[in-house]
Design a protein around this ligand. Structure first.
Ligand code: HSE
Length: 428
């Protein structure tokens, strides 16, 4: 009879409990699929005396996740505590040193320490797997490292923070302002303990940094990412973008251009008829483009007990089957140093302005744009009762620094009632 694969689970929050439930509910199915029983030897969490709605009495308890990670009866350390450093990293390192496989959902730890952890795991000959770290239940890591392994990847894009997508689509559907919907999301428990991880684009940035490393064979480079959150998106932006045929998304894009590797997580406009434009609520979407496959679109739940535990179990089952793959798709010591592009590829931009409504104002705006080499594609002025005219411009493709020069010159014309808002329109 084959030996069981024995798990030690650190972290019994939503995802940890979800993993325990799957192991208990699907014991026979998992054994049939892998040829091995998958069992839990021990668990660990911050608080022991808490009813988590799941049976834990059969498992040993460890207060210290490091002690759990190195137990003799643990083959796979399942790290579901979170946090880039601290106990999660200490226990992961201890597990690898002790020759245990590691499965984690910890995007922050991988985005920041992924290279050193991958080298440690590969030197030790153990797996370090993290399907649950990116886009919850969507099997995007597997898609990139395995399903698309025969492609040269040109671009990876995605909406990978469900909370931001919920906030933006709720603002649009209900016509509510950012602060009101943020408060709603908070009351619904959608926000991370530190909400800036969500609305500041950091959580999604961690995920994009991981995907970019796999897609382009580079070391994970979270610090090289350009990140902007959604805090400054107004209901006016959402409504006026919609009027022009666009939706605003917190969109991650990593692409190889002649200038180097571009990676950014920023609010972008996408056509309202595109799959990304149609994405509503807390759902995630990842778009992968390769030279042979062309484009594939993966859509699914990006968080929650079932979806995230499903992704954790995919990694556990691969280990049970003996499937191995380098941590980031190619051996860690062959990952290239990232070469960030000095400037982003030209794009069309949406520019929202509030102008002092008097003769000659639009001519001045058109002149500064023309002088900076920025061409206008579409322009619209809205009716208004106050002295300030809301004006929207969609530019033809232009370099961002040319647009920034034009906006700086606009400031000197004396016709602006407030600082213009410029948002990139992504080709999707
Ligand atoms: N807070 C994240 C989201 C889930 O809203 O998508 C965990 O990464």
């Amino acid at each position: 009879m084959s030996t069981p694969l024995r798990l030690g689970i650190a972290g019994l929050g939503t995802v940890g409990v979800g993993v325990v439930r799957i192991v208990q509910r699907h014991a026979a199915l998992l054994e049939t699929r892998t040829g091995r029983r998958v069992t839990i030897s021990a668990v660990s969490a911050r608080t022991r005396d808490k009813d988590r709605g799941v049976r834990l009495g059969d498992y040993a308890w460890e207060d210290d996740p490091v002690a759990l990670a190195v137990r003799d009866d643990v083959d796979v350390f399942v790290e579901l505590m979170g946090g880039s450093d601290g106990p999660a990293k200490a226990a992961t390192e201890a597990a690898i040193r002790a020759g245990k496989h590691v499965v984690t959902a910890n995007k922050a730890m991988l985005a920041i320490h992924g290279q050193e952890l991958a080298e440690a795991a590969e030197n030790k000959g153990v797996s370090l797997r993290f399907e649950a770290a990116v886009a919850g239940g969507i099997p995007v890591i597997k898609a990139l490292t395995e399903g698309l392994a025969g492609n040269e990847i040109s671009r990876v894009m995605g909406v990978m923070n469900g909370t931001c997508n919920y906030i933006l689509t709720r603002m649009q559907d209900a016509g509510l302002d950012y602060q009101t919907v943020f408060a709603e999301a908070d009351a619904l428990g959608y926000l991370e303990a530190d909400p800036t991880l969500d609305v500041g684009g950091i959580d999604a940035g961690h995920k994009l940094a991981i995907l970019a490393a796999i897609a382009f064979g580079t070391r994970v480079d979270f610090s090289g990412l350009h990140i902007e959150g959604i805090e400054r998106i107004t209901i006016e932006d959402i409504e006026q973008a919609a009027d022009m045929g666009y939706r605003i998304k917190l969109l991650g894009v990593a692409q190889k251009t002649g200038r180097g590797l571009e990676a950014r997580m920023t609010p972008c406009l996408v056509p309202d008829t595109s799959p990304l434009g149609q994405l509503k609520g807390g759902t995630n979407m990842v778009v992968l483009e390769g030279d042979s496959v062309d484009q594939i679109v993966l859509r699914g739940p990006g968080a929650g007990e079932g979806p995230t535990a499903s992704a954790v179990m995919a990694d556990v089952l691969d280990i049970a089957r003996g499937n191995t793959v380098s941590v980031f798709g190619i051996p860690a010591d062959q990952l290239a140093a990232p070469e960030p592009a000095a400037a982003s590829a030209p794009a069309a931009f949406y520019v929202r302005m509030s102008l002092i409504d008097k003769p000659g104002v639009l001519a001045k705006i058109a002149t500064v744009l023309g002088d900076a080499g920025v061409s206008i594609d579409r322009m619209r002025q809205y009716g208004h009762t106050d002295p300030h005219a809301p004006v929207l411009i969609v530019t033809h493709k232009t370099a961002r620094d040319a647009l920034d020069r034009a906006i700086e010159a606009m400031e000197g014309t004396g016709v602006l009632a407030s600082h213009p808002v410029a948002i990139r329109i992504e080709d999707v």
